[in-house]
Design a protein around this ligand. Structure first.
Ligand code: SF4
Ligand code: SF4
Length: 201
């Protein structure tokens, strides 16, 4: 395997979720190391990168982040690569946005899963397009990769959006529980896992 996972595929220019006219990410972060190729993207298979609010604002392409614009983005078939999840803290729930997991929805009930942006040759996003949690993950040859976008920083960044994200999460969590969406996602996920296990390595 020659391509890196945490790295993006050189020359990849498909219509990802980001509006190319929006400003690039403010800091370059940590380029993936060669160890990412051998690793095969363990980080991307466990949890989607966490966004900072600036990443979400870029994805919204200048629209005000309100319930209408967020739902339009989350439910967009091509750009809806995101999910709301929350972290339990001593101060209560901290809602944030991360990359969505394959087979699941924009309400992150799936604690672990493979990121929708992980392709067969690695991350489909360029370094600039990648969410802050991906840019700030420093790979390490001993696989003790260090996340420099800390949970404390993330919660502080998302603080102004708690009411909005929490409202959408609670509302749609109830709807998706009632209409069986989460059950269907689980079924799709397990079918996908079975299919993956039978694929030639
Ligand atoms: S950052 Fe770490 S966990 Fe992620 S692909 Fe690279 S070596 Fe693997
Ligand atoms: S956005 Fe890219 S780097 Fe981040 S979890 Fe997804 S595949 Fe991995």
């Amino acid at each position: 395997m020659t391509e890196r996972y945490h790295a993006h595929r050189e020359g990849y220019n498909a219509a990802g979720p980001f509006d190319k006219s929006q400003p690039a990410a403010p800091e370059p972060g940590y380029p993936p190391g060669e160890e990412c190729a051998q690793c095969g993207g363990r980080c991307c298979k466990e949890h989607g990168c966490v966004l900072a609010p600036e990443d979400l604002l870029r994805a919204l392409a200048g629209k005000e982040p309100d319930e209408e614009s967020l739902l339009a983005l989350f439910q967009d078939e091509k750009k809806g690569w995101y999910a709301i999840e929350y972290l339990s803290t001593p101060q209560g729930a901290c809602f944030y946005v991360r990359m969505r997991h394959k087979c699941y929805t924009f309400i992150g009930v799936d604690a672990m899963g493979e990121c929708v942006a992980l392709g067969t040759g690695g991350c489909l996003l360029s370094m600039e397009e990648r969410p802050r949690g991906g840019r700030m993950l420093k790979s390490s040859p001993d696989r003790r990769c260090v996340q420099h976008y800390t949970a404390e920083q993330m919660c502080a960044d998302w603080q102004p959006y708690q009411e909005l994200l929490g409202r959408i999460y609670r509302d749609w969590h109830a709807r998706m529980t009632d209409d069986g969406t989460f059950d269907r996602c689980d079924e799709a996920y397990f079918a996908w896992l079975r299919e993956k296990r039978t694929e030639p390595q």
